[in-house]
Design a protein around this ligand. Structure first.
Ligand code: PLP
Length: 387
């Protein structure tokens, strides 16, 4: 049997017959009832009881003091970076191995992504490699960090919790503090992921979530900023809701701001989805166990598993091909997709995309290696029998 067929067979063994999607939303809880309530009451747009409730529920679930819901994860990150102090022409440290939105949000602030390496242990930013890189290219002036090579200020670092696996935030926070950097976590993929008993997104100034259709909790489209800083939360709400001063009838806006509001309709879905998140995660973790058994003893690829002291949400199940099988990646993708098993490579490294090709970058040996070997396989909670 060919290498790709032996992988397809193992996935098929776990997911059974028929097509299997990467991550399909499951909308069988109170979604319909809550959305119907919006329609019947007319509260379908930018304010409403579900918006307020979703913000409270998110704060309670993540353990953050405040949550501000917005139109999507990208707009959340754009505002979060601004509020963390990113200014025009700054550089912002982001993993080269991330979804394009992480870098786009930096450019939306007029700043430049500066790409850094990841580690195989977490699939996220490698704190040790970052520390070494900043020692090499950084220079402290007046309490701020500058890139000696470009002359630009480096203000923020954005760890991203890849596929729901937490970055080593204890180590990363230490490196950030040593170099005078603020931390904004891109937690778009890690709602429900904890490290040392703490929900991801609580280690820095603030963090951002995404509720895109493919995420563990979806509102159709949506996002949030979570923070423990009340003033940052107040600014986030103000800036994302056109900076309108509260008044029963007058329109007074006190700065140039955004309409990044999440409609009540979408928030209604979010409330219903969040009610079931632990069931989604239980099903995904059950799926992990089944894949683990199916790939046990298989030399060509291994399932990526959570680190000790973390609870990953296992948003996307991840296979890492063996070194000597990296060349077969596209053949595996071709065979699996042709068999109705939706599988994907990880993103092209962001520093190789046309608009980011000339941006500063550290050495990226691990990100480059991982990019050749990662394959995401069907991960929907339905595949473990959840209805
Ligand atoms: C790592 C990461 N950052 C940011 C985003 C952007 O979120 P959205 O699609 O809601 O704008 C996503 C997902 O789409 C993501 O996976």
């Amino acid at each position: 049997m060919s290498f790709s067929d032996s992988i397809v067979e193992r996935i098929r063994h776990v997911v059974g017959g028929g097509r299997a999607m990467l991550h399909e939303p499951l909308l069988k809880g109170n979604e319909l009832a809550y959305v119907t309530e919006c329609i019947q009451t007319g509260w379908v747009s930018s304010v409403g009881a579900f918006v307020d409730r979703f913000e409270r529920d998110l704060a309670a679930y993540t353990g953050a003091a405040h949550a501000v819901v917005v139109s999507n994860g990208t707009s959340a990150l754009q505002i979060a970076l601004h509020l963390a102090g990113v200014r025009q022409d700054d550089e912002v440290l982001v993993p080269a191995l991330s979804f394009v939105a992480t870098a786009n949000a930096v450019r939306h602030n007029g700043a430049w992504p500066h790409f850094v390496d990841s580690e195989t242990r977490t699939l996220g930013i490698d704190p040790g490699a970052l520390d070494k890189h900043l020692d090499e290219i950084g220079e402290r002036r007046g309490g701020e960090l500058f890139n000696r090579l470009t002359g630009r200020r480096i203000s923020v670092v954005v760890p991203m919790h890849t596929f729901g696996h937490p970055v080593d935030m204890a180590a990363l926070s230490e490196v950030a503090a040593r170099h005078g950097l603020a931390v904004v976590e891109d937690a778009a993929e890690s709602l429900g992921s904890f490290a040392d008993g703490r929900h991801t997104g609580n280690a820095g100034v603030c963090a951002t979530l995404s509720f895109n259709g493919n995420k563990i909790v979806t509102t159709g489209g949506g996002g949030a900023i979570i923070t423990n800083d009340p003033e940052l939360a107040r600014r986030a709400k103000h800036l994302t809701t056109t900076a309108k001063q509260p008044h029963p009838w007058a329109f007074f806006h006190d700065e140039v701001a955004y309409n990044f509001r999440l409609p009540n309709l979408n928030a209604a879905m979010g409330c219903a989805q969040l009610e079931r998140i632990e069931a989604f995660i239980d099903a995904k973790r059950e799926l992990t166990q089944r894949y683990r058994q199916a790939f046990d003893g298989f030399a060509g690829a291994s399932l990526f598993l959570e680190r000790p002291d973390t609870r990953a949400n296992y948003w996307l199940q991840t296979l890492i091909l063996a070194e000597d099988r990296a060349e077969s990646r596209d053949e595996v993708l071709q065979a699996a997709n042709a068999a109705g098993l939706m599988t994907r490579p990880v993103w092209e490294l962001l520093n190789t995309l046309p608009m980011y090709r000339d941006c500063p970058a550290a050495q990226l040996p691990v990100a480059r290696d991982l990019a050749r070997r990662i394959i995401n396989i069907p991960s929907s909670p339905q595949l473990a029998g959840l209805a």
